[in-house]
Structure formats: C-alpha cells, structure tokens
Design a protein around this ligand. Structure first.
Ligand code: ADP
Ligand code: MG
Ligand code: MG
Length: 869
C-alpha cells in the first residue's frame, strides 16, 4: 500500500488521493513547468493517521525517508549540509481547496549548522538568518502551538530599540541575536531545545498538518461549504525556493482572468524580496502584476506564457502562486480560481466562445446558489449623487450593502443576533474571523490586496467586500475607524460598494439589478438544455412581472390569502369570517368579489397567456381577525353588533393547533360560498381577459389540504357548479383545470383515488414535511438546529427535501396517481422548489415543473439544467 508519491508519479486526476495542491503540482511537473521538486503524502495516510491514534507508523516513515533520499539525490542537496543544505516546505492540501484554513511550514531543515550552509551557498548571511528566525516562529506556532506574539513582540522590541520601522532594515547580526532569543522562547515554553534534527522537524510538521485538518476554522469552513469531515488532507513536502533573496527575487499570486468580473486579463500581485504568505497576509501592500513587466521583462513573459499553458490545460481560469529566486521563475501552485458569480458566468461563456469547453460544461461550471449574488441589489444611482464618500479601497467582492460597523468578529455575530445589519471592519482579517465574516453584511479592511484573506473569503461567500482601504485607520482596540477628517465609532452606519471599492457614510438606498450580457446568453443555454419547467410563486402583478423578467414560465402558486391582507380589504374579510348568517356572509363576499376579480385580471394580464395556478383560501380564518380591542371595536361598529358579542366570536375561532385545524378545503366544507366566490372571480376574470382580446389564459384551480377523496369530490362539485353558472351567465367559456395541493400524507398514499378527480398535483412540500415528520413548521426552528449539529439530520428538511421520507411520499403519490390518471400534471410549490438539491430530486422523480420565489428562478433553472446534463 503506497502512501507517498513523488511529483513525477502523480497527475491531476489523482486529486482525491493527493489533494488538489499535490495533484496539480504533479501535473505541472509532468507537463514540464518549473516546479520545485517534492513529494506528496496521501489523504489516505491522513485518514489512517487518525485511525492510528495520531501516530506516524513505521512503514509510512520508511516511505517518507525513501522519498526524501530521492529528493536529495534529484536536486543535489541534503539535510543539515554545511555548504548547500536542503530546505523544504511542508504544505497542507485537501481535495477541495480551503484557502488559508490549514497550515503550512516553510524553510524546514534549518538548524544551527544548515543556516551557515545557507549563508555560504547564497553568500547572503542576512537572508539565511532571516529564514531561520521565520522558520523557528512558524514551526513553533504551527507545529508546537506556541503563540506567535511571543516571537513578534521580540521582533518589535528589537526594531524599537534600534529605531527602525521595516523588518528588512534588520541586519544579519540583529537576526542572529533574534534567532538565539527565539530558541530561548522555545526552550522556556516547552522545556526542551528547539529540534535541530531536520527529520524530527519534518515528522512533527507532518503531524501538525494532519492535525490542522481538524482545527476549528477548517471545520467551520467545511460546514459552510458542505465539505465532508472524512476526506483528510494530503501533505506536500517540497524543496524551498526563495523569493526573499534580494531585489531580483520575489513572490506573487495571479489569476488568469479577473476573479471579480471575469474579464480576460491577467490579474494579480507580487512583492519583491518576500516569501510565502507575505502577499496574502497583507503585511506589505503588493504591486500589480503588470508592473513586473517593467522590472523583470523576461520573467514576466515566461509567466504569461505559463498562464496560457495552464488555462488551456485545465480549461478553466487558474489561480497561480509563483516565486522568483534570483531571476528564475518557479510555479508553486495552480488551482481553478475562486470567482464571483458574475465572473463565473463571464468566464464560462467566454470559454465556450474560445472553444475550450462546450455549453453543457459551461452550465456545470456555475454553482446555482451563486446566482443569488447576481440578483443582488446595487445602490440607487439617484441617491449616490448626494452620498458622502469617506474612503476608497479595492473592489474586492461586488455587491452593495450598508450596516453598522463592528471591529471584532464576535461583536458582528452578536449584532446579527440582535437583528442588526453589521459590517466587519478590520485592519485585515484572518481565518479566525470566519464566523464574523459569515454573519456580516459586508467586510471592510484597511490592509491587504485583492488576494488577501478578506477578499478571497468574501468572494467565496458572495459577500460584499472592500479591502486594502488605506484611506482609513482602524483601531480594533479602541473600536474606532478614522478617515482623513472624520471619526467613526462602533455602531455607526456606513455603506460599501464592493464593485467600485467606495465606502460611503450612512445607510444608502439600494435598487434591484438588471440582467443581460453574459448572464442572458448563459441563461439561454440553460433554457436550451433544461426540460423541467420553472414557474414562480407570485401573488400580485408586481411579483408576477418580476418573475417574468427572471424568466418564469408561469405562476405555480398564487396564494389568494395574500390578496386579503391588504388594509382596505381585510375589513370585508373579517365581516365574512365573523358573519353569523349565510346572508351576512354572502354580503361580505359580494364586497370581495370585484376586488378579487380585478386581482386575477391584472395577474393574468401580467402573465401574457402563461399558466396561472390559483390556490383557493388556505390559512385558518382567525389569522385575519383583529387582536386589539380597539380594532374589534371598530369592526363591531361597522358590523352593527356589540363589542362583547364580537369579541366572543373572535375568541371562539381560536384553535389549539391551527396548522392542523380549520383550514384549506376544510373551510370550504363548512363555508362553500367562500370558494365559490373565489372561483367566480377566477373564471370571470379569465373570460374578461379573453373578451378584451388578450392572450387566452388557462387558470389552474388548486384545492389545498386534501387528504381524502371525498373531500375533493365535495369541494370540486361546488367549484364546478360555480364555473358552469358563470359560463352560462357570460355565454362564454374558458379552458381551466382543477387539481389539488398534495401535502397531506394520507393523500400521497391514496393518490390513486385522488387522481381520479384531480388533473394535477402540486406538491406542497412545506406541509408535507410538517405532517410527514410531525414537526410544527412554526416551532421546529427551535430544535432542528440541534438535529443537524448532533448529526441526526444532515440538513434541515424544511430547507432541503428529505428524499428518503418526504421524497418517498412524493414518489408514491406519483406512481399511484399515474395509475388512474396517466395524464396527471405534476409540480411542486413548496419552498424546496428553489433549492438546487431539491430541484435535482424533482427532476429525477419526473415533475413537470418547480415553482419558487421570483428571485430564485434563475437558480432553479440552472439546477434543473444541471440535473439534465
Ligand atoms: P495555502 O494553501 O494556505 O496557500 P501553501 O501551501 O500554498 O498554503 O503555502 C503558503 C505559501 O508558502 C504560499 O505563498 C506558497 O507559495 C509558499 N510556499 C509553499 N511552498 C514553498 C516552497 N517550496 N518554496 C517557496 N515558497 C513556498
Ligand atoms: Mg497556496
Ligand atoms: Mg400548505
């Protein structure tokens, strides 16, 4: 069983074994790119390490030593050499990239002897001792858990004593002194000498990388991105190259295209005379990659050539780490670059045009939920004119957002819990801030570039971010942010524009985006590939228009009760509910009929002939009733009854368990005249539309909460009587359908009976989940989180459909329903209809359409297309 592979032995297809970084280092080695030599310890080894109680077993150590000897031979250096020592990096690398979440150790192999060798071989003593002190600090921190500040404070102290500002102004003698002090810290902290044996350093570091798989921030990151905890990380051991050898050395990161917009130009940053994380950590502000052309033209040209090679090879935008050692270029990492939704679509569309991928591949490149970002609001142009600009930073992750500023991740989390919109303001962020970043509306940092931690993580989360904003001074300690002439305290409102990098004072109004360009083209391809229909849940003409703009193919759920809540109408609704006689009720319904008819008319008009499913009244009646005495009084006057009498009636309608109470079709059993009024409005409006010469409308009348065939028979009979009455009166007809919400478990398992009377089923998966599990939708929030945290459920079943249970009920309903009604039309109108994983399931079980909120239509469409590919 092989646990260690040299870069020559791997390839990109071995990602799950070698991790993403290792597989790509191998691939690049084998296509002839300048990659420092090394080897990869597999993820399988990491998994076994945990099984072995976190011990590196002997056979593994043997394999590592064999590979090490191979490496020494290949590059002609060896550990602890007095003249030309081998130094390596020990790098984590999991299957899915988790930027900055796990640990890496650089310059390993340095000790009191090899540091002299490094000085000798490079003729640069300062550099050698600088590397040694970096290594001691990194190793102590990452592998041995000694807090970084122990070392950093010594460094600061020395700089202060010498009156210098930049680390680079320390000379070799200073650094030698520091190295001694660092080793003392190590001794004091751990009661043992700093390990001089490189093999021991290596083993401890490998263990540290394995251990970092389970550090808290890596766990949070995995939870956030749905990455399994069982994959483990690989460890890459790679010979060091040095970007910190002077002015002809440097290090950088570049994207082959712009990760914020997708534009096809090289995008990145570099620092001269720097190592490793310096660029990402935002310690010094780096230079734009294009400037490299001026100072090292040949290196720049070679790099550009390599970026093209890598893009063509991987057929996707790449995120590349490189280092220049004394004018020689090395590539240290490549991966598919993280990008915003906007960039994701632009790149996918461009790659199709460039002939690198086909449309189906393009469709698979974009994560449906990411589209959310594109549908996000921007600041209103009109209000921007008066807005006060307080600073400008880098446009690190697009979007527009406002909120109160907080300086610590914890404070943001608390503010969010209080219901505030919070913006995290930091000098720079680090992986420990991850939970605050999740909770924040937006992120603002004073330091760091486009590839800094804040920028990368924010883009991944689709969160608005302005980074490297040097116009502001941030004091996290005193919780103050200063601009040139103003001071902002915790809790003050600011607004961020992540597309321009501009920071505004106050809380600025936002507007909805318009869609077109690459997005339009992409969605055309999605529509070509997709077979399942996508409709919208919309209750009024405005939502319907929005839905159409996002490409809805009809309305899958119009909740008529939403039409009743409007202030002017609720009085009539209340009268209807509280009526004691049929006469009274009918007169209230007569008031409602014209308004309801007008609603439907406008809705049909907006939908331009597309199907509209109207659900008859569903919620328990008391939801409409007044609660406050003064409102009851007002209503009593309007109804000409006494206050006490009315109050009794209101109280009489209260239920112990309203969601399982007098609602849905059960209302129509008691008060058939309510549904008859609604049906009349639906049909009359349809005939009106037809007579006005508009596109024919084809209403689908949906009866909610059916659990028994006889309920459906009874209600349908009433509905049909009213329809025929209208047809007669108007001497005209329209096409229509009558179907049912499929949301009561009993209906699912008697679907063969139900389907004899229903032309369509629309799965109401919110109720089906509620009744299937017996979880009250309104109360489950209190305890379902715990189910997820304790691993009892993988996901909240109200968010992602429970395929095994609720999904099974759907499958049974479809199978039985089709037995007696092969033409049965099938859809879903629960919240799940806009959730990608559930949409995929709906596709698999053969639904004709999903229906979701207007803003999720593009997401549902993409998920449906992906299910097809
Ligand atoms: P991460 O996954 O957090 O990016 P990496 O393993 O890529 O961690 O390493 C962190 C930094 O160290 C990167 O900037 C990388 O380029 C640099 N680095 C890693 N290995 C070497 C090496 N052998 N020589 C020089 N720099 C290295
Ligand atoms: Mg890296
Ligand atoms: Mg329901």
């Amino acid at each position: 069983n092989k646990y260690v592979y040299s870069f020559h032995e791997g390839k990109k297809e071995m990602k799950s074994l070698l991790g993403g970084k290792g597989a790509n280092l191998a691939e690049m080695t084998n296509i002839g790119l300048p990659v420092p030599s090394g080897f990869t310890i597999t993820t399988a080894a990491c998994i076994r390490y945990y099984d072995e109680n976190k011990i590196l077993w002997n056979e593994l150590l043997d394999e590592i030593h064999d590979q090490l000897m191979g490496l020494e031979k290949r590059i002609g250096k060896s550990f602890s050499d007095e003249n030309n020592p081998l130094l390596v990096s020990v790098r984590s690398g999991s299957v899915f990239s988790m930027p900055g979440m796990m640990d890496t150790i650089l310059n390993l192999g340095l000790n009191d002897i090899s540091v002299k060798g490094l000085a000798n071989s490079t003729g640069n003593e300062r550099f050698a001792y600088d590397s040694y002190r970096r290594f001691i600090q990194m190793f102590s921190d990452v592998a041995m858990g000694i807090p970084k500040v122990r070392f950093e404070s010594l460094l600061e102290e020395m700089k202060e004593n010498k009156g210098i500002i930049e680390d680079t102004d320390l000379n070799a003698e200073d650094l030698k002194v520091l190295v001694e002090k660092y080793k003392e810290v190590y001794l004091n902290e751990l009661n043992e000498e700093f390990p001089q044996d490189p093999i021991k350093q290596l083993e401890l570091s490998i263990k540290a990388v394995f251990d970092s798989w389970n550090n808290p921030r890596a766990k949070v990151y995995r939870r956030l991105h749905n990455i399994s905890d069982n994959l483990g990380t690989a460890v890459n051991v790679q010979s060091m190259v040095f970007g910190n050898m002077g002015d002809t050395s440097g290090t950088g990161v570049a994207f082959t295209r712009n990760p914020a917009t997708g534009e096809n130009h090289l995008f990145g940053e570099y620092l001269i005379n720097a190592q490793g994380e310096d660029v990402v950590a935002g310690i010094r502000t780096p230079d734009e990659i294009s400037h490299l052309k001026d100072i090292m033209p040949e290196v720049y040209d070679e790099f550009v050539k390599i970026t093209h090679t890598l893009e063509n090879h991987y057929k996707d935008m790449q995120d590349i780490e490189f280092t220049i050692e004394n004018g020689k270029l090395y590539i240290l990492q490549t991966r598919n670059g993280k990008r915003t939704a906007q960039a994701g679509i632009r790149v996918a569309v461009d790659l199709v045009h460039e002939g690198l991928i086909n449309k189906e591949e393009a469709i698979m490149r974009v994560e449906p939920n990411q589209l959310n970002q594109l549908l996000h609001p921007t600041f209103a142009e009109s209000t921007l004119k008066e807005a006060i600009i307080i600073a400008k930073g880098l446009a690190a992750s697009p979007g527009a957002t406002s909120g109160k500023i907080y300086f610590h991740a914890d404070d943001v989390v608390e503010a969010k819990a209080r219901g505030e919109r919070a913006i995290l303001v930091r000098q720079e962020t680090s992986p420990e801030d991850i939970e605050g970043m999740v909770a924040a509306e937006g992120i603002l940092t004073a330091r760091g570039g486009m590839t800094s931690h804040a920028a990368v993580v924010a883009r991944g989360m689709g969160k608005c971010c302005v980074a490297g904003c040097s116009d502001i001074r941030v004091s996290e300690e005193t919780k103050i942010m200063r601009t040139k002439d103003q001071t902002f305290n915790e809790g003050d409102f600011i607004s961020l524009d992540g597309s321009t990098g501009i920071v505004y004072k106050g809380d600025i109004e936002k507007v909805q985006p318009t869609l077109g360009g690459s997005f339009g083209e992409f969605m055309e391809w999605v529509d070509e590939v997709r077979v399942m229909g996508v409709r919208a849940n919309a209750d009024n003409p405005k939502d319907a228009a929005q839905a159409l703009e996002f490409g809805a193919e009809g309305i899958g759920l119009c909740r008529t009760e939403h039409m009743f809540f409007e202030e002017t109408r609720v009085m009539s609704v209340r009268k209807m509910i509280l009526a004691t006689t049929l006469e009274e009720r009918k007169s209230a319904l007569d008031e409602l009929l014209p308004v309801q008819r007008q609603d439907f008319y406008e809705l049909y008009e907006a939908m331009e002939g597309k199907p509209v499913t109207v659900r008859l009244l569903d919620p328990p009646l008391h939801e409409f009733l007044p609660v406050k005495d003064e409102d009851i009084k007002e209503l009593a006057e309007a109804m000409n009854v006494s206050f006490d009498d009315l109050k009794d009636r209101v109280e009489g309608l209260a239920e112990f368990n309203p969601m399982l109470g007098h609602r849905g079709c059960r209302l129509a059993v008691t008060y058939p005249e309510i549904y008859r009024m609604q049906v009349r409005a639906i049909i009359e409006a349809a005939i009106d539309i037809k007579e006005k010469g508009h596109e024919d409308i084809y209403p689908e009348i949906m009866i909610p909460l059916i659990g028994h065939i006889n309920e459906l028979k009874y209600v349908k009979d009433e509905v049909l009587k009213e329809i025929n009455l209208v047809f007669e009166e108007r001497n005209n007809t329209v096409k229509y359908m009558i179907g049912t919400m499929l949301e009561v478990p009993r209906a699912a398992i008697t679907a063969d009976e139900i389907a004899t009377e229903a032309e369509f089923f629309s799965f109401g998966t919110n109720d089906l989940t509620q009744m299937g599990f017996g979880f009250s939708r309104d109360d489950a929030g209190k305890f379902l989180n715990e189910y997820v945290e304790k691993g009892i459920f993988e996901k909240d079943p109200f968010q992602e459909i429970d395929r095994a249970g609720v999904g099974k009920l759907m499958e049974i309903a479809i199978e039985y329903g089709r037995k007696t009604n092969p033409n049965l039309k099938l859809g879903i109108c629960g919240e799940h209809g806009g959730e990608p994983n559930s949409v995929e399931f709906c596709h698999q079980i053969g639904l004709h359409y999903v229906s979701c909120s207007p803003f999720r239509i593009p997401i549902a469409k993409l998920a449906a297309a992906q299910a097809e590919v």
